[in-house]
Design a protein around this ligand. Structure first.
Ligand SMILES: N[C@@H](CCC(=O)N[C@@H](CS)C(=O)NCC(=O)O)C(=O)O
Length: 198
């Protein structure tokens, strides 16, 4: 399998974290999004969506969208239980992450890390909604170890990717002790070095 990605992108990190945890071998192909490499003709033939991550299987089939990819990689493993309702509860969080979290937390980070904006130059609407998403996580994880079910799942991987990097987007996690404890727990379970200030 090949993973086309940008190492600094949380969406791409979801894929390498899942593959590493499940010991799925892969070749990593760097795509520099700042040079529009995901919009080249060769890349668009793999995925017309023109974004990373994309995986390419040995038979040439390609799959885009980080959460679709990690769900595919995790099929049959402990990260994705077989029970349909348990899977749907995981999907609930994967969709929520993409609609209510990533566009605000990840994009604010993108503006600061990739575009070099200051914290003050972030878009107020994204900051407000990002803060709301992080508060929602604090509520959801209270009294639980993992976001879905009784064990770590792909939902935790999808959510940790940008949450552990939220400080790089100007978000202060001090008022979210439950989320900080979950980040530490999940990083440990995944064998990840701590991402830092949370
Ligand atoms: N919903 C997509 C989002 C992918 C995405 O936004 N990728 C960014 C990097 S994090 C990208 O490729 N940006 C370059 C571009 O859009 O040209 C996913 O979860 O994979």
């Amino acid at each position: 399998m090949r993973i086309y990605g940008d190492r600094n992108s949380g969406n791409c990190q979801k894929v390498s974290i899942t593959a590493d945890f499940l010991k799925i071998p892969y070749e990593w192909i760097d795509i520099d999004i700042t040079k529009n490499e995901s919009r080249s003709g060769a890349f668009l033939r793999k995925s017309p969506m023109g974004q990373v991550p994309v995986i390419e299987l040995e038979d040439g089939r390609c799959l885009a969208q980080s959460n679709a990819i990690i769900r595919y990689l995790a099929a049959g493993s402990a990260l994705l239980p077989a029970d349909p309702f348990a899977q749907a509860k995981i999907d609930e969080l994967l969709f929520w992450e993409q609609y209510s979290h990533e566009p605000y937390v990840a994009t604010s980070r993108y503006h600061m890390v990739y575009l070099g904006r200051t914290k003050e130059q972030r878009e107020p609407m994204r900051v407000e909604r990002g803060e709301k998403a992080l508060d929602m996580m604090e509520t959801m994880i209270k009294g639980r170890s993992w976001f879905a079910g009784e064990a770590m799942s792909v939902a935790d991987i999808a959510l940790i990717a940008y949450t552990r990097l939220a400080h790089e987007g100007g978000f202060d996690m001090a008022s979210r002790p439950e989320v900080r404890a979950w980040i530490a727990r999940t990083e440990k379970a995944l064998g990840l070095p701590p991402a830092g200030k949370h």
